[in-house]
Design a protein around this ligand. Structure first.
Ligand code: ADP
Length: 449
């Protein structure tokens, strides 16, 4: 097992990793920018190192500074969390060149899945169903219109290097295609330094359903069921739940076993999430995330498995915590991402938290790194915290969520709490009857059929 882990992240996920390390008896090193000197993860870690000024590129993305912090503190492993360097294959290689463990998959798998075109080809080869689309990148000398007509409009132009919903444009008709191609390529070029784009059938009312996997790197892999992340705004998840209101045990076992088998073939190590769109009973692969995800607590609540702890154990050479047969889905869980944003305009609202009262009671969990008097800095994401609830059934979970949301107080800044308080009372949400465009339509005050 590792002796000392450096946590190359901030906020709630840094704290989440720290908690797993403490339970495993592993010493922790926090790193922080000058803007985060008062952050909770810095206070709770055994040691801390300042790695640079506020902009992420000079601190949390600063590889030489992170290596120096490992050297100074004698850390033997690095946990990257999510975002920042978590899906940077080069970072994983550099750490290994310096005899440091990267707590994550092999660099080759990060690279493979980081390129969405390659990822899709690999998924297809491994027997995972994919969204119909172009065969790889659409190059300027190809007739994009002919390819798009072959797929059938509407089509979605997607960036090969995409992430965070950027570099994605819909062409509803033939007249929209050229503009969609150019805008997506330009956006991809400036955001990711890679202008390659590909085409996909644009699904009209799918759900976003993702499968959580755990691999041991030696050909063993299990799946831990699904999370339904269909409530999205600008392709960003807002509310996640598991199990999905639309899957039964047989459908879950079928897609889960397909994914687990693919991971066994890849000899995948650690935690991973295979994301699908789901429409009319069919699954369509969109991408794989080779890291712990924001919404991982949903799976922890319904399986009782500590994913971050297992991630660390497996990175240190440990076995899978259980066999597939022993995985039992228990009850229902919902996570709300409470952001420091205006609940109508979604404009970020950084600043000082004057009053803070997290809800509690049976089945209520808060993953957050804020406290009363904490100042949310303007430089990073606007997550205040995740409210996660668990209940024996979806109905009990919704009742508990409603009560927890009403109890929660975050004053001094604007938050998205009022949005969640409204959502939990919406008939379509209560019925579990929503798709990936539902929330945007709801926010636009349109009829949602
Ligand atoms: P990113 O890596 O930028 O998050 P994804 O490929 O994971 O991109 O897609 C993010 C979201 O965009 C999906 O959850 C879904 O809402 C939407 N999306 C992606 N592909 C399609 C598609 N073919 N049809 C309709 N919506 C899509």
């Amino acid at each position: 097992m590792f002796d000392k882990i450096l946590i190359a992240n901030r906020g709630e996920i840094a704290l989440r990793i720290l908690r797993a390390c403490k339970e495993l008896g592993i010493s922790t090193v926090a790193v922080h920018s000058t803007a985060d000197a008062d952050a909770m993860h810095v206070r709770l870690a055994d040691e801390s190192v300042c790695i640079g000024p506020p902009p992420s590129k000079d601190s949390y993305l600063n590889i030489p500074a992170l290596l120096a912090a490992c050297e100074i503190t004698g850390a033997d492993a690095v946990h990257p969390g999510y975002g920042f360097l978590s899906e940077n294959a080069r970072f994983a290689e550099i750490l290994s060149d310096h005899n440091l463990h990267f707590i994550g998959p092999k660099a080759e798998h990060i690279r493979l899945m980081g390129d969405k075109i390659e990822a899709k080809k690999t998924a297809k080869r491994l027997g995972i169903p994919v969204v119909p689309g172009s065969d790889g990148a659409v190059t300027p000398d190809q007739d994009a219109m002919a390819i798009a007509k072959g797929i059938g409009f509407p089509v979605l132009v997607k960036a090969a290097a995409g992430g965070g919903g950027r570099g994605m444009k819909v062409a509803h008709t033939e007249a929209d295609l050229q503009l969609a191609l150019t805008t997506a390529a330009n956006e991809a070029k400036s955001a990711f330094g890679d202008a390659s784009v590909y085409l996909e059938k644009y699904l009209q009312k799918p759900r976003h359903i993702e499968i959580q996997v755990l691999g041991d790197g030696r050909g063993g892999a299990i799946h831990l069921g699904e999370r339904d992340c269909s409530l999205q705004r600008r392709h960003q998840k807002v509310w996640e739940e598991g199990p999905s209101p639309v899957l039964d045990a047989a459908a879950r076992a079928k897609i889960g076993n397909t994914v687990a088998k693919a991971m066994q073939e890849l000899k995948y190590i650690g935690v991973g999430t295979v994301e699908f769109l789901y429409e009319d009973g069919e699954f369509y692969f969109i991408e794989m995330n080779t890291r712990i995800q924001v919404e991982h607590p949903v799976t922890e609540m319904i399986t009782g498995i500590d994913l971050v702890l297992e991630q660390i154990r497996i990175a240190a050479g440990g076995d899978l915590p259980m066999t597939q047969d022993a995985v039992v889905i228990n009850g229902h869980s919902i996570e709300c991402r409470v952001n420091a944003e205006n609940p109508v305009s979604f404009r970020p609202s950084p600043g000082k938290i004057q009053q803070y009262h997290p809800p509690g009671g049976l089945g209520v969990r808060i993953d957050s790194a804020v406290y009363q008097g904490y100042v949310i800095p303007p430089y990073y994401d606007s997550l205040v915290g995740k409210l996660i609830v668990h209940g024996k059934s979806r109905v009990e979970c919704l009742m508990r969520l409603r009560r927890a949301l009403d109890e929660m107080v975050v004053d001094g800044i604007e938050t998205t709490l009022p949005l969640f308080r409204a959502l939990v009372r919406e008939p379509a949400i209560i019925d579990g009857d929503y798709h990936i465009h539902w929330l945007e339509q709801y926010l636009a005050g349109q009829k949602t059929d």
